[in-house]
Every structure is written in structure tokens, then in C-alpha cells.
Design a protein around this ligand. Sequence first.
Ligand code: DC
Length: 219
Amino acid sequence: MIIAIDGPAGVGKSTVAKLLAARLGWLYLDTGALYRAVAWKTLQSNILPTDREQVVRLLPSTSLHMQFQNGAVQVLVDGIDVTGELRAPDVTTAASVVSAIPGVREWLLPIQRQIGQRGSVVAEGRDIGTRVFPAAPYKFFLDADANIRVERRHRELVAAGRGETIEVTHQDLSDRDLRDRTRPIDPLVPAPDARSIDTSTLSPEQVVELMISTMSTGL
Ligand code: DC
């Protein structure tokens, strides 16, 4: 069983997906973490994220695993736990760049689908309902006013001790949005059968309630 949640950065996807997974007792699959892991390996190997050929050449010798323990998720690249490094600003930007490379998306596709076979999963990302799990019975597309997304993301960054200015957060979010929405392969678009939810004025708990009531009444 899969619940697919897609949407742009700063919309509250991760918070909502985690809450929903905890509530249902299902696995939470953060597919962005997999793109971030590829970005981490790229930077670690001194390869520019824009150098598509070199990035794709890294992949066959890379091992990538997600471990689930007591609700926490660990990401292992070549056996190293890189979970704590995946949210660094340079990794965030590089993830957005490498995620536009078709070879990277192809390589990550079976990895995501294999995780989907480990049990019931709440999966979140950009192309879950359109590409990774197109047959998911429940699909949601979250969106929110751009300024609200910037404020939310900025609060998160400050809470995590990364005190950049709100202007920098704004620019970073706009750049990522544009790249995610306009890339030729698997761009961020709602699946035709996804239920759209505007989270601008809703708390994460309210979004989860809305999802649960949508699922119990059928989409
Ligand atoms: O959700 P996130 O911010 O952790 O994602 C990091 C980057 O990975 C984001 O810029 C877009 C990309 N991504 C993607 O292209 N497809 C997904 N299913 C998930 C993330």
C-alpha cells in the first residue's frame, strides 16, 4: 500500500508525511534524501553537480541504502551514515541540480520502488504520483503561497542553526522551484488523479486530518 505525496519545497510535505506515517504505523519514504545522497557523493568526489557525465559515471560504483529504525531513517552511502549531512546548503543546491539528470533519476527509480516493497509506505517527493508509484491508490499534491513557503523554510533553517537571511532563502527556493518544475524529465506536476491541498492556512495536523478523511471517503 502506498500513499504518494508530492509538492514543491517548503510546503510541509516532510512534516505531514512523517505525521501520517507515524499515525498509520507505516514507513516514511523521503525520496528527496536519496537525491541528496547522490549530491553528497558528487561533492565528496570533487565533481561538479553540473557535470552530468561525471555524475552518472559515479553511480555504478555507489551503494545507497535507507535503514528504518524506530521511526528514524538513516541514509548510508557506500556504508557511511551521511544522514546528518544531507540538509547542508551546498548539498541542497547540488541535489536540485543532479535531480535534473536523467541518468540519476533512472538509477534512483528501482531503489525507490524496492523500498516501496518493504511494507506500507507514505512516500514524498516531486514525482511519486506521476512516476515512481503511478498506481498508488492515494495521491496528494500539496501547494502553498510562495511567501508562506519561504517563511516556513526560513524558520526551519534558523531552528537548525543555519541562520541565512530570508532573501537568500527566497532566492534558493525560487531557483529550486523553477528547476524542479521545468526540467524535461519527471518535472514537478500534479498527477491527474491527485487530490490537491493548499496548506497555506493549515497546520500539519489539519492537513493529515484532511488526508485521512479523503482516504476514508474515497478520493
Ligand atoms: O524534498 P527535498 O528538498 O529533500 O528534495 C531535494 C531535491 O531533490 C529537490 O530539489 C528536488 C529533488 N527531488 C526530485 O527531483 N524528485 C523527488 N522525488 C524528490 C526530490
